[in-house]
Design a protein around this ligand. Sequence first.
Ligand SMILES: [Zn+2]
Length: 529
Amino acid sequence: MAYQALYRKWRPSNFEEVKGQDHIVTTLKNQIEMNRIGHAYLFCGTRGTGKTSIAKIFAKAVNCEHPVNGSPCNECAMCRAVNEQRSMNVIEIDAASNNGVDNIREIREEVAYSPSEGKYKVYIIDEVHMLSIGAFNALLKTLEEPPSYVIFILATTEAHKIPITILSRCQRYDFRRISTGTIAERLRELADAEGIDAEDAALAYVARMADGSMRDALSLLDQCNAFYIGQRLKYENVLDVLGAVDTSVFGSLLKSICSQDVSGVIHLIDEIVMQGRDLTQFVVDFTWYLRNLLMVQSSGDLTDLVEASAEQLEVMRQEASGIDASVLMRYIRIFSDLSGQVRYSTQKRVLVEVALIKLCHPAMERNLDAVLNRLAILEQKVANGVVVASQASGAGIAGGNPEEISGGQQGTDTFFQPEQKAVSEDLRMIIDRWKQMTDDLTPSMALMLKGAVISEGPDNQLIIALADDMRYGYFVEEGHRQALENALSERVGKQVKVNPVQPDKGENNNSQFIDPVQAFQGIDIVYED
Ligand SMILES: [Zn+2]
């Protein structure tokens, strides 16, 4: 016998087997039981939510000789005829391919004849929004005065495309996306009945991928099962077939991001690409993973909204405990933005890499999220007893200047040292855009740079002629000079060498005079001579 796809084979044959649309099923069953059947129904909802399945069950039920609680018996001659697709009473029309006036006129002519057997002629028009305007008008004529033995069931995924004149003559039913839990339960039932040995986690993943569509879920299960026929269907197998990435990879990825290990992160992406995983899917899955961590982390019990085994949940709890919620939210924001971009991009990998580097370096962003992220990193380090000092701490100012803690990008070891050295071109850019380059330095450093004259020196050094001896003294200190170098390097993405020089004692000494009161206005630091 030819293989029958799971979704065909397991199409529900009575209302009890329909999953996730209880509100609709109950109403329709009541109408049948109380014999208050309408003449025009509109079923709206995304694909695979059971619109045509319910339409067929309904068509069977209204004709059934012995309906049970409003459901068809599936045993009488009428039910069997419908099931075997030889009933003249149930007429299915696909409006996508029969969308013209003539097609609808044909229906109008047919409608004139009462059914030769059974009570109702049921017309199921699928994808009804595809009808032409002329066809809609022709249909409207029939809907205005339908014979008592005719029922129209219009099904659509796009209810907004249906003329209001049609809408107003139909009972409308909105089909919901089916919850992942409901789909997973159904998959379990079918897998057991079909003798498919499958892990719960595998089915849960398939259910999530189906995104509310039972039909998609069954097709995916079919696909996975065909690949691993006769073997136990494991979670990893499903990931393989669907080109998805294992959550344990997400765990190590997150760890690398949190420890700002850019090279680790990029290598992981390389592995993922090499395994032939789909990056669009990866971005969606990683966003979900982050969302799950946020759920696990929350104080209320939201873990039932996370599809994971008990062991996985425990692992996630541990992973989540080390991360601030605001940081997770920042990651989610960046990644959900990314999922929109990556879908249609030809440079998926580059986009993903850039986003991940962004996650590693909150200092590269200027928004509140990123600042909070930087704070969280610092707090964590302080809590762990790591002394936060400038990169140059080894060079003699360990534990030196407390202002370095607030220095963020230039002061902490969050700094990412670029490999390339700045060349003349880069230096000229720095000089041209000096104000931009230095706009988020610490207040004290900004003050020290006030009045400085910047120029390009030999050996690709940036010469900074300070305004006075005190300022010169400040930058002669290794730590301060390096902090400035780091800040500039980060801006241009190349290593910048700074050479502070003494102020010109000569003619323009006076012109560099800065009123100390003015200079310290609004800057909250303790100044010691
Ligand atoms: Zn029956």
